[in-house]
Design a protein around this ligand. Structure first.
Ligand code: PGA
Length: 257
């Protein structure tokens, strides 16, 4: 079974428009040889349209980092699925742990956002992952299962074709602490098992599950080699074209093995 391999860069709240243009250009130039790996860049909202101009003729896809679920209305400061689409995005990250931690997102709002994205033909990268105290309390499995059940409530197998799950242990994000390949593989396999239970084996077998949390060129290969790890969601290391491209090439080499 050859699942789609996906390397996505979450730029978070970094890069002005001119910086974004420069980074997108460098990424495009450094990845012209990539065939088997889907690359996604997720700049801040303000840079979406500009970055789209740079990458639209390439195979790099554009994603946003968040959306609101309403089509339009009096929701000051929010951005709709249609708006990111009009800026060129085809993907959106939903339920990143920083949004859950700092902006009050819950499994219910994550579910609404996924539905709104899919209704607008956007593909989603849905983030799940446990806090350090939850891992230490040995409840990682329960936490991730609950997030998945909440996120995908009311969805069917066809919807899941447009979904990528990113497993990001919160204690590994931006901390330099990476999950060991064994820890990551164990949770990825568990996620696939839960998806099999909620949907069916085909959906589970076809689902791309990315790992995220301090992925760098130095640790990418050992993580991406795990059987249930189908790519990575990168924060810090995607802000420089060299390190992002190195991780993409690691994935590409493994895909071609
Ligand atoms: P990091 O971030 O690579 O900087 O740990 C990953 C993420 O938050 O998606």
């Amino acid at each position: 079974m050859k699942r789609k391999k996906v390397i996505a860069g979450n730029w978070k709240m970094f890069k002005t428009n001119s910086e974004a243009l420069q980074l997108a250009n460098q990424i495009r130039i450094k990845t012209t040889d990539i065939k088997a790996t889907q690359i996604i860049v997720c700049p801040p909202f303000t840079a979406l349209a500009n970055v789209n101009e740079v990458i639209k003729e390439s195979s790099i896809a554009l994603g946003a980092q968040n959306i609101y679920w309403e089509k339009e209305g009096a929701f000051t400061g929010e951005i709709s699925p249609g708006m990111i689409k009009s800026a060129g995005a085809t993907y959106v990250i939903i339920g990143h742990s920083e949004r859950r931690q700092y902006f009050g997102e819950t499994d219910e709002t994550v579910n609404k956002k996924i539905k709104a994205a899919l209704e607008n033909s956007l593909k989603t990268i849905v983030c799940v992952g446990e806090l350090l105290e939850q891992r230490e309390a040995n409840i990682t499995r329960e936490v991730v299962t609950k997030q998945i059940k909440g996120a995908f409530a009311g969805l069917n197998g066809a919807d899941m074709q447009h979904v990528i799950i990113a497993y990001e242990p919160v204690w590994a994000i931006g901390t330099g602490k990476t999950a060991t390949p064994e820890q990551a593989q164990e949770v990825h396999a568990e996620i696939r098992r839960v998806i099999n239970e909620l949907f069916d084996k085909t959906v589970a077998d076809n689902l791309t599950i990315q790992y995220g949390g301090s992925v760098k060129p130095e640790n990418a290969e050992i993580l991406l080699k795990q059987v249930d790890i189908d790519g990575a969601l990168i924060g810090g290391a995607c802000l420089k074209a060299d390190s992002f491209s190195a991780i993409i090439h690691t994935m590409e080499n493994l895909s071609n093995e």
